[in-house]
Ligand binder design. Structure first.
Ligand SMILES: *Cc1c(COP(=O)(O)O)cnc(C)c1O
Length: 363
């Protein structure tokens, strides 16, 4: 059957070129006599891999010099605790609720301090974004948290909010797990951004944290040492053993991104892919996407068959056509197509062709 088009939300599709290179280097990395996963994280070979990955990511995302790039572990969910442990200083934090992931962040932060809701789109089923002008941010806020791409509800901030323009001096914390590297980042609006690697960067195990230097060094006394940004930064992300193999694979993804035109080229490809799928959905009376047009995710596209009794047949036919992992998240139902950087346009074309054909067979 060969490789399928994999629409999984994460862990997710990888660039084929990266998988091939990793396979070729599996037994003996560049004459070192060993696999990357067998190397000391303190040896010169791995340090070279680490430094290259750091430099490539900094270049790709245009990360300014006054931000640190940390390679951590624990995933996005652990950061829901690690961020308040490092940034709250025992004060209050404000959250904008736009779907399941920001809800989770609010709940977890509440275990470490006062976590407030600045705005919520829950009343409309998380199909829109609350206008930043309406956000209720406390004057004492230590930070404002958003999830810039809600992986489950398929809602994306196409521009990051400008807190300064809202008269708010608190730093913006962004969970960008599921669209990091899909588009450029305006770092002038960001205090800290975090994301697990397994959506758009590489294998699970690596968690990316990009943090402005003045926000480092304020951890609460009970913050675990391995999660204190200062300790992680002072030790070049090697206070404890980092997820070495995941860093190596993510590094190959960064090289693949650079070889394919970088982040602006990716953004253009992602816009074209998303537009193809949304245009098809909007012109269909058989399928529907319920998210407001100004905030539809370019990475995660939830959609429904208007007649849900056909869901199982739809998924079975998709599988037979080598289109995998299209079932929606259980909390939302329906279908979801995740179309990350590594999903080629041909994959979306194949999906649309299948959806059209399925609709015809059901007439
Ligand atoms: C997947 C995801 C997470 C959780 O990541 P884990 O690595 O499972 O902890 C958090 N936030 C967003 C937006 C996600 O998509």
């Amino acid at each position: 059957m060969g490789r399928a088009f994999n629409f999984s939300a994460g862990p997710a599709v990888m660039p084929e070129a990266v998988l091939r290179q990793a396979a070729a280097e599996m037994m003996d990395w560049q004459g070192s006599g060993m696999s990357v996963m067998e190397m000391s994280h303190r040896g010169k070979e791995f340090i070279g891999i680490y430094e290259q990955a750091q430099a490539d990511l900094r270049e790709l995302l245009a990360v300014p010099a006054h931000f640190q790039i940390l390679f951590m572990q624990g995933g996005g969910l652990a950061e829901n605790a690690i961020v308040p442990l490092n940034l709250s200083q025992g004060g209050a934090m404000d959250f904008v609720l736009t779907g399941s992931w920001s809800q989770k962040s609010l709940k977890e932060a509440g275990r470490y301090g006062t976590a407030r809701v600045a705005a919520s789109a829950q009343a409309d089923g998380f199909t829109s974004l609350p206008d930043p002008a309406t956000w209720q941010i406390g004057g004492d806020s230590r930070y404002v948290h958003i999830c810039s791409n809600e992986t489950i509800h398929g809602v994306e901030f196409h521009d990051l909010p400008d807190l300064t323009a809202l008269g708010c001096a608190a730093p913006l914390v962004v969970d960008f797990s599921s669209h990091v590297a899909s588009r450029p980042v305006d770092w002038s609006r960001v205090g800290l951004a975090f994301g697990g690697a397994q959506k758009n960067l590489g294998p699970a195990g690596l968690t990316l944290v990009i943090v402005r230097e003045d926000l480092i060094g304020h951890a609460l006394p009970h913050c675990p040492s391995a999660f204190d940004y200062k300790r992680v930064a002072d030790n070049q992300s090697m206070y404890n053993t980092p997820p070495t193999y995941s860093i190596y694979i993510a590094g190959l993804v960064f090289q693949w991104l650079k070889a394919n035109g970088g982040i602006t080229a990716m953004q253009a490809r992602n816009i074209a892919k998303a537009q193809l799928l949304y245009d098809f959905l909007d012109n269909s009376s058989f399928y529907v996407n319920k998210v407001a047009k100004n905030c539809r995710s370019r990475m995660n596209v939830p959609f429904f068959l208007r007649d849900e009794s056909r869901n199982d047949a739809f998924l079975a036919g998709a599988k037979a056509a080598n289109l995998l992992q299209l079932k929606g998240h259980k909390s939302v139902g329906g279908m979801r197509a995740s179309i990350y950087n590594a999903m080629p346009l041909e994959g979306v074309q194949a999906l649309v062709a299948y959806m059209r054909e399925f609709e015809q067979t059901q007439a």
